[in-house]
Design a protein around this ligand. Structure first.
Ligand code: RTP
Ligand code: MG
Length: 153
């Protein structure tokens, strides 16, 4: 089933010059980028994004971190894209993330794990709405992969 997921290249990855490499992994997989922008996350956006973690010991640092330096926010579309992106990202704690995943290859520590991805359809819808307006979705075009699939129908 075609899904949309919210992906953010986190401040550590922006500062470390990893934007291009991370976007390449997503493109190479064959997913479609339908929205993309760099932005400074506001306190309000951070609180909405991380509402599920409010009250946890790491929450204050999480908000401080995500608002510290710009992020690159994206909406990614593809078949089973929510779980697919979580697999490409690798486990939250890079100590457990497989080599070949984004976190396994680029993240040295849990608090600096370079990428965020929605963990389910409800989170995806909620998170997309925090960062993007509906009119910011670029939906009127086809990837080469979509054209290839159409030819097979
Ligand atoms: P994310 O939301 O960033 O994609 O990561 P996730 O679903 O894999 O992990 P989640 O449980 O949602 O945690 C959000 C972010 O909080 C930081 N964290 N630190 N010190 C800790 O125990 C701890 N636990 C989570 C991580 O940066 C994680 O990505
Ligand atoms: Mg999460």
């Amino acid at each position: 089933m075609t899904e949309r997921t919210f992906i953010a290249i986190k401040p550590d990855a922006v500062q470390r010059g990893l934007i291009g490499k991370i976007i390449s992994r997503i493109e190479e997989k064959g997913y479609k980028i339908i929205a993309l922008k760099m932005l400074e996350v506001s306190e309000k956006q951070a609180a909405a994004h991380y509402a599920e973690h409010y009250g946890k010991p790491f929450y204050p640092n999480l908000v401080k971190f995500i608002t510290s330096t710009p992020i690159v926010a994206m909406v990614i579309e593809g078949d089973n894209a929510i779980l697919g992106m979580r697999q490409i990202m690798g486990k939250t704690n890079p100590a457990n993330a497989e080599v070949g995943t984004i976190r396994g290859d680029f993240s040295p520590e849990m608090s600096f794990n370079v990428i965020h991805g929605s963990d389910g359809p409800e989170s995806a819808e909620r998170e997309i709405a925090i960062y993007f307006k509906p009119e910011e979705m670029c939906t009127g075009w086809k990837t080469a992969f979509e054209i290839l699939k159409e030819k097979m129908n």
